[in-house]
Design a protein around this ligand. Sequence first.
Ligand code: SAH
Length: 319
Amino acid sequence: MNFTRESIIQLLAQEDFSPIFQEADALRRTRKGEEIQIRALLEFSNHCRRMCQYCGLNRTNTALPRFRLEPGEILETALEAVEAGYRTVVLQSGEDGWYKPEDIGTIVREIKRHGAAVTLSCGEVPEEVFRYWRECGADRYLLKHETADPELYARLHPDSSLEARVHCLRIIHSLGYETGGGFMIGLPGQTMETVAADLLLLKELDCHMAGIGPFIPHPETLLREASSGSTELTKRAVALARLLLPEANLPATTSLGVLDSDEKRSVFDCGANVIMQKVTPARVRKLYEIYPSRLTDRTISAGRQAVEEEIRGLGRIPV
Ligand code: SAH
């Protein structure tokens, strides 16, 4: 389909969006089937050198107790997830320079040896590190562009630029990773033009995956007074992402579920086909607080069973 910035803006503002939801749902069915892919999300460190204004992990938040898992425990937890039935492990963290590239590389190799796919989501690293982790067997890299408005990006990331972020995404793609992009809905200062640009950037970067989730204000950040992003606009953006990128894997983001668990379920009727389930050890789970949320301390296998049941309840097939 041939979308322009203007046509996307018009679509997003449409009063009755249900025909587009239906179109996105039909396209998801023909391209991705009835399966919902469940990924294990293992958050291994909340130390971060960055100052992303919306994120609870940003380094100026001194109220947050910091944790980092030893490489041995990261691997042990990942293998427990594989044992529980997960076929993909997502390793996510703040930008924590404590780990050597080799620490992560060894974990990737070991998880791969046990037959699971590995997604890395550890922020921006030098090109040679992206390359080295790819050589170790990492399959996918998740690095959301966050917002396609360069000025808004610079305001929210005083220590970085949209250009640098996009450069990383191009490197990731060129190294043969499945490339995961994405952005937030409802960042203060975002307009419909921005959301249209966000969607077109996903397309331009030829993303294989895209996480689109509402912004949630964190009380220990400068954006504490801001409002949360709209769940309706989030679903609209997911539906349009499906139409723009028919083959993409589109998760129902965790933040959508935090704001509204019904909306998280209904986004599976708007084009989404992936869900991430935390397998982070219960004793540190609450500390990976990018935004406030209610968490359970279910074990890995109990969490897996619960999410499988939820998916079957939607009439879909958990994988
Ligand atoms: N350090 C990694 C992982 C970041 S956390 C990286 O830079 O990619 C994962 C995602 O959480 C971010 O990409 C961002 O889109 C989202 N996020 C962070 N703070 C948020 C907030 N307050 N509300 C909603 N989503 C948020």
